[in-house]
Design a protein around this ligand. Structure first.
Ligand SMILES: [Zn+2]
Length: 371
């Protein structure tokens, strides 16, 4: 008899355990059934939907999602979605992530999400976390992978893809040789057939956008047509260098000076183009060089000053690499990864601060153009 009571108690306990555990998932046995789904519309929006079948009054419904990207803390977004009234046994709720208000995600970004619902008795129901990739499915992409770089294209033959891949690999080799920088995580590159095709795939594209890097996602999107192949290769090298520089230096405390970031990318393109060099030469002759200190901040939008800023950045980086070598440049990037200030990083590696660099570099460039 005692044994029988114990068995009944045990059975009751098991029922209670299984009942409460069932309440926190979306198993079909529960009084509340949650069926999630998503539809994407690249690049503008993601629709998250939830079909609910319930015998009990639901008071609170939330969507939770995480965007997979490099970040220093995992950020879960939580959206409270209104519950339809009056109470229905079957209902649907949805929430639209409108990228036009938040800024977009690059193609291929993985989003993880789940829903929770709470009923009137404070029981919490949760769907299993699910993931999807926010892809630009307006095109049929082919991919080519080599050494941590995947190149996606929807037009052009294999030779075209191999040619661009060669540019990527050559850039990475040169970056390694000149700066010691190398990609720490995979790089994805989406090749569009033109700048306008690229802009159509972006939410906020400026009219002159030809290529764009998303460093925290390891993604580049770029428009390269046959007629602008040479420009495309330079732009590809430039953007790849931005991704690698970001991977080498990103930290939660400080960013690197703009002249260093843009200078490494300009240097990765190869020799400075004539148009830029003319700006540099003219500024030397006129005595109108911009100080290295000013080039730590974002460049002017005025095209003349902007051209000169890029040209000077190239030259400052070239000066540091050619005079002091690859190892020190690599060391500089490492010191910046620790979140160092600009002056301290330079002092630690080279023994001079920004003002010191400014005067040494100006002597060097004046020596070249006005010997
Ligand atoms: Zn750049």
């Amino acid at each position: 008899m005692i044994r029988k009571t114990a068995l009944v108690l045990l059975a009751l306990m098991l029922m209670t355990i299984s009942y409460s555990s069932l309440q926190v998932d979306s198993s079909s046995d529960t009084a509340v059934k949650l069926i999630p789904s998503i539809t994407t519309s690249f690049p503008d929006s993601i629709d998250f939907s939830l079909d609910i079948e319930t015998d009990i009054l639901i008071l609170d419904i939330r969507l939770h999602y995480v965007v997979e990207r490099e970040s220093f803390s995992d950020v879960t977004q939580e959206i409270t979605v209104g519950v339809p009234m009056p109470f229905q046994y079957e209902m649907s709720v949805y929430w639209t992530w409108d990228m036009r208000t938040t800024g977009s995600l690059p193609s291929g970004t993985v989003v993880r999400y789940w829903w929770t619902a709470a009923d009137i008795d404070n029981n919490l129901y949760r769907t299993e976390p699910a993931s999807f990739s926010f892809d630009d499915d307006n095109y049929d992409w082919h991919n080519l992978n080599h050494n941590n770089v995947t190149l996606y294209r929807y037009y052009g033959d294999e030779g075209f893809a191999a040619d661009l891949m060669q540019t990527c690999q050559d850039t990475l080799v040169r970056l390694g040789e000149d700066t010691g920088a190398y990609p720490e995580s995979p790089i994805r590159i989406y090749i569009y057939s033109s700048s306008s095709a690229l802009r159509n795939a972006m939410v906020f594209a400026k009219q002159w956008t030809g290529g764009v890097a998303y460093p925290a996602y390891g993604v580049i999107a770029i428009g390269i047509s046959r007629s602008n192949l040479e420009w495309g290769k330079r732009a590809l090298a430039h953007e790849i260098a931005h991704l690698v520089t970001h991977q080498m230096t990103s930290n939660p405390y400080n960013s690197i000076p703009v002249w260093l970031n843009e200078g490494i990318s300009m240097y990765a393109e190869g020799e400075l183009e004539k148009a830029y060099e003319n700006y540099l030469k003219e500024a030397v002759v006129r005595g109108s060089l911009i100080s290295v200190q000013s080039l730590c901040s974002p460049f002017s939008a005025y095209s003349d000053i902007s051209y000169l800023s890029y040209a000077q950045s190239y030259s400052i980086v070239a000066f540091l690499i050619e005079r002091y070598g690859q190892q020190k440049m690599h060391r500089l990037l490492m010191v910046f990864k620790d979140g160092s200030t600009y002056d301290n990083a330079l002092l630690e590696v080279y023994g001079f601060d920004l003002a010191g660099l400014n005067s040494l570099w100006q002597d060097y460039i004046i020596g070249i153009y006005m010997p």
